[in-house]
Design a protein. Structure first.
Length: 552
């Protein structure tokens, strides 16, 4: 039930962030009009994506594989060339990039200025091709387009080298290590050799890292002599081992993919999918690490008897998991093409409105933090909240949940509790027994002294009674009984244990009273009734008649 509640909280946080991002993007896309004073007009983005080196390379490759050479020509600094020459150069350049550009696509700059610290001119960007044992550089150049502004295109010098590089091309790594029959056969436009190497690039790292994880787990367990520490490591390692193996396998696989000879278009789509999966795996791994780490910290705090610290740890765990979800969410948005700065700007723009609309939620969140940091409450404490008593079952990001004596679940907003009164019975080191003993009239002085002396000796010898404050005193001769006051502290903070010890104490006091020859007074009530004659008449026979009723 608690896990489901936590998932709902995390899901609500994610939905809120998505709404904030959407609002930020909608606010950033204002209706065209007169710009505000001091704000420059935003630059028009190139519809073909040529404003960054990454957009130029990937856009060109996509256009060639789509067979749209008119669009592909717009990525080239063609000069005075015929359409046939442009088409041949585009095919040759695309083939060179597919076969010999083995750099990760993430190495291509997504910034309009490109890579500044590469030792080249500001309007140049290098594309290294690994052809056999040598490296050949092709270049992008930044030019001014009358409609799109400053864009990146393949330079005319690089295009002039394409025919000679195509004629002197050598076999790729896949063509060298795999049989020619597998290289020649294809399935879905990809050779069987590439499919086999693709499967091996997944299976081999998975098997290697799985065996490595088993070896590491066994070696470390054998070297830990302390059973408690060994159990902690086993719990921690079993919680993250599978996700760690999966993450390492995915990283090794994505590092090998550029060398398998896939086209840039395929690599672009595949790398995006792989990075999405990597973000999910990393988030799950971080989630599991947070769970294991905070669980061990909570157990350590409970062993030391610091329940309030344990509750603070559980609350901190929830906050850490929310941060993991938010980081993963912003990473996914960045991979999807949403500028994280735009999302953060949306959060800032809508933040004021959300602050007004979610005052109670923020108040409850801060209230829960204050309750835990002030060590007012802890999970498992017996408390009185909102005039109801029970045990604290959970402290969430919004409320405090109390399991009442009737076994109902009471949820009280944390903000309300932080401003109200809380009575925490679990903080007591001892619990008070205060009773008035009423002995019947007719008890002799000797019997009264026997009751006082016997009970005082009982309090002095009882192992669970605070002897410094325990007392039994004669307080009054009341209207119906002789009154003695029993005052004692039982040295326990456990409510159920207190009930048991109090019952045992009162039974022993009853035996002392009984052995002294006295008894407890019975409550007595006298009711006097009288018949009155009717107005204007005199009934001498019933005048003065009285009836006395005694109830015991």
């Amino acid at each position: 039930m608690s896990d489901m509640h936590d998932r709902r909280q995390y899901l609500s946080v994610v939905v809120c962030v998505l709404l904030l991002v959407g609002a930020g993007r909608s606010l950033s896309a204002q209706v065209p009009g007169v710009p505000s004073q001091g704000t420059p007009a935003p630059a028009v983005a190139d519809p073909l994506g040529r404003d960054t080196p990454f957009g130029t390379v990937t856009g060109f490759s996509t256009a060639v594989h789509r067979g749209d050479f008119l669009v592909a020509a717009r990525y080239l600094q063609v000069g005075a060339r015929s359409q046939r020459e442009i088409e041949n150069q585009a095919r040759g350049l695309s083939d060179l990039l597919d076969r010999y550009f083995t750099q990760p696509l993430t190495s291509l700059s997504r910034l309009p200025a490109g890579v500044v610290a590469d030792g080249l001119e500001p309007d140049q960007e290098r594309l290294p091709l690994t052809i056999g044992d040598r490296t050949v550089d092709l270049f992008l150049t930044r030019v001014a387009d009358p409609t799109a502004g400053s864009i990146w295109v393949f330079s005319s010098d690089s295009l002039a080298r394409v025919p000679s590089l195509s004629r002197s091309s050598q076999a790729t790594w896949v063509e060298r290590v795999m049989p020619a029959t597998l290289v020649a056969s294809s399935f879905w436009g990809i050779s069987l050799a590439q499919w086999i190497l693709w499967a091996v690039s997944i299976a081999a790292p998975l098997l290697f890292f799985w065996m490595l994880a088993l070896v590491v787990g066994r070696v470390v367990r054998r070297r830990i002599a302390d059973p408690t520490s060994r159990a902690v490591f086993t719990s921690w390692w079993s919680g993250i081992r599978r996700l760690l193996v999966l993450g390492l396998t995915l990283g090794a696989h994505l590092a090998v993919v550029p060398f398998l000879g896939f086209s840039l278009t395929f690599r672009l789509t595949y790398s995006l999918i792989g990075l999405f999966i990597a973000v999910v795996v990393a988030a799950l791994l971080a989630w599991q690490l947070v769970s294991v780490a905070f669980h061990q910290a909570s157990l350590r705090a409970m062993r030391r008897g610091r329940t309030e610290t344990s509750s603070l740890i559980q609350f901190s765990e929830r906050i850490a998991k929310v941060l993991v979800v938010l980081i993963a969410l912003f990473s996914v948005l960045a991979l999807a093409g949403v500028d994280p700065t735009t999302a953060l700007a949306g959060v800032g723009i809508v933040g004021v409105a959300v602050a007004f609309g979610a005052q109670k939620s923020v108040e409850n969140l801060l209230g829960a933090i204050f309750l835990l940091t002030d060590q007012v409450l802890a999970v498992g404490d017996y408390c009185r909240l909102s005039d109801r008593e029970g045990w604290i079952e959970d402290i969430t990001l919004r409320s405090v949940r109390l399991r009442t004596l009737e076994q109902t679940l009471l949820s009280v907003p944390a903000g309300l509790l932080s401003q109200g009164s809380i009575e925490n019975f679990a903080t007591r080191g001892k619990m008070l027994v205060k009773n008035v003993l009423r002995l019947q009239y007719g008890t002799t002085g000797e019997q009264l002294e026997a009751v006082l002396e016997g009970t005082r000796q009982l309090l002095a010898k009882h192992p669970s009674i605070d002897k410094d404050t325990a007392r039994l005193t004669l307080t009054a001769f009341g209207e119906q009984a002789i009154e003695l006051e029993l005052f004692a502290y039982i040295m326990t903070s456990d409510v159920l244990k207190f009930f048991e010890l109090r019952e045992n104490l009162l039974l022993q006091v009853a035996q002392i009273v009984e052995s002294s020859g006295s008894a407890f007074a019975m409550p007595t009530q006298f009711i006097h009734m009288r018949d009155e004659p009717a107005p204007g008449s005199v009934d001498l026979s019933r005048r003065g008649e009285r009836m006395s009723v005694t109830k015991g």
